[in-house]
Design a protein around this ligand. Structure first.
Ligand code: PRP
Ligand code: MN
Ligand code: MG
Length: 182
């Protein structure tokens, strides 16, 4: 676990559970998009591990684009103020866009992103999120595919960070309270 073991309080989703769910999501997406070319849009940085595993599990020709957005601040809750750190490299008009997100927390990031991408006239626009926190939602976001609904606690690993750490963990877990006091 990359030496993070002592910081982890408990494992919420194991590597096996995550990978099994990705296989399941990819099969569903492959069925739904049969005959169409999917453009995967990964939201950096959180979705980078999900994108990499999902694209391999999806047995369809796909292309990958990345957009880096971040809500202001590096605390454990998002502010709703979204800034573009890196825009897409290409035009997405008339493309079948599937946005990949690691987590929907308040929904503010995705809500903003869907408005932004929708304005670029894609042929279709859907979301696939690995995690969602139903109890933290502030704005409803139409999400076609969801991996796991999880409790409203702060989680790290598999792309998710606390102050840029823990993204490289292959599982998802919670941190011990003393980690936040450092
Ligand atoms: C995190 C996470 C989602 C977003 C979810 O990203 O990866 O993109 O917050 O929160 P929300 O639903 O409340 O908007 P973050 O802004 O921390 O950037 P990162 O992906 O680079 O860690
Ligand atoms: Mn993110
Ligand atoms: Mg983050």
């Amino acid at each position: 676990d990359h030496g993070y073991g002592p910081d982890i309080d408990h494992v919420l989703l194991s590597e096996e559970q995550i990978q099994a769910k990705i296989t399941e999501l990819a099969e569903q997406v492959a069925r739904d998009y049969e005959g169409r070319e999917v453009l995967l849009v990964g939201v950096l940085k959180g979705a980078v591990l999900f994108m990499s595993d999902f694209a391999r599990a999806l047995r369809l020709p796909t292309q990958m684009e990345f957009m880096a957005v971040s809500s202001y601040g590096s605390s454990t809750s998002s502010s709703g103020v979204v800034r573009i750190l890196k825009d897409l490299d290409r035009d997405i008009s008339d493309r079948h866009v599937l946005v990949l997100e690691d987590i929907i927390d308040s929904g503010l990031t995705l809500s903003w992103l869907l408005k932004n991408l929708g304005g670029r006239r894609p042929a279709s626009l859907e979301v696939c999120a690995l995690l969602r926190k139903p109890d933290a939602i502030k704005v409803e976001v139409p999400v076609r595919y969801v991996g796991f609904d999880i409790p409203n606690e702060f989680v790290v690993g598999y792309g998710l960070d606390y102050a840029e750490r823990y993204r490289d963990l292959p599982y998802i877990g919670t941190l011990k309270p003393e980690v936040y006091e450092k």
